[in-house]
Design a protein. Structure first.
Length: 273
């Protein structure tokens, strides 16, 4: 009976391993193919392959892509900063100063998670143009992307601050620390990993966004809009190089975060007593 049970358990492990392997292939095979195609002279999977860096030379030699990259970086950094600041203030306000309106505040912060990016882009365009009088530019695109980014950043910061010991702040203020000094000297050193994670997620969302940025930028190019517009002329090799670099940036960010967490430099768990 033991032998039969061990054999059945081994079969279940084999099946689960095969399913897990198929899942990884399904998720990462397209990314690996993009990287391969960016270095190949023929994207139709020839054998043996002939590798070249012409696609990257064409990508870096095109001024349109360089302008689009700088615009995407500005939108990503700006939206990441705005989202992180607003989310942190919102979480501290909800947890530090509870009131009967807490549920409504939570709904207001998390509502963009359930709204399509297309609707966020169109509504932001209408509000900025008709109410604020802002034309389509990088500032309006940053603010529009921050609407979605703040919701994600709010969840990330909330996950750590919900277990934060606010008595440490009270003790610091009892000994004469001002609220600002208490935040910089006590709160921020404890919660900064969650702020970093919130910024990175908000940055990646805004950097790769097409719908929200497209409606708020007009003719100003970004990497997603340039790539989308280039599809009208077919899949050029520079698009594969662009996709490979973008995926490489995202994986690098998460690899750095993983190394920081494994080495203990960054801890997203609660560290209070």
């Amino acid at each position: 009976m033991t032998s039969v049970g061990d054999r059945a358990q081994g079969l279940r492990r084999l099946i689960m391993s095969m399913l897990l392997l198929m899942l990884y292939i399904f998720l990462y095979a397209p990314i690996l193919y993009v990287v391969y195609a960016s270095f190949s002279q023929d994207i139709v999977w020839p054998f043996p392959p002939t590798f070249t860096t012409d696609a990257y030379a064409e990508l870096f030699g095109n001024s349109l892509y360089s302008d689009a990259l700088s615009n995407s970086l500005l939108i990503g950094v700006g939206s990441g900063l705005v989202s992180t600041v607003l989310a942190t203030l919102g979480v501290i306000g909800v947890l530090r100063f509870p009131s009967r309106w807490r549920v409504l505040v939570l709904i207001a912060f998390l509502a963009p998670l359930f709204v399509a990016e297309l609707l966020i882009g169109i509504s932001s365009l209408a509000f900025n143009a008709r109410i604020l009088g802002l034309p389509g530019n990088l500032v309006s695109a940053i603010l529009a992307n921050a609407v979605e980014g703040t919701a994600f950043a709010f969840l990330i910061v909330l996950a750590q601050l919900v277990r934060y010991d606010w008595q440490m702040d009270d003790a610091a203020m009892v000994f004469g620390a001002s609220p600002a000094c208490c935040f910089w000297e006590v709160t921020l050193p404890t919660i900064w990993p969650s702020l970093l994670g919130a910024f990175l997620i908000s940055f990646i969302l805004a950097f790769n966004n097409l719908e929200i940025s497209f409606y708020n930028l007009g003719a100003i190019p970004t990497l997603p809009s340039v790539a989308w517009g280039s599809l009208r002329f077919g899949l050029g090799p520079e698009l594969f190089a662009l996709a490979a670099l973008t995926n490489g940036l995202v994986f690098t960010v998460f690899a750095v975060m993983y190394v920081l967490m494994r080495t203990g430099i960054v801890k997203f768990g609660y560290r209070g007593g």
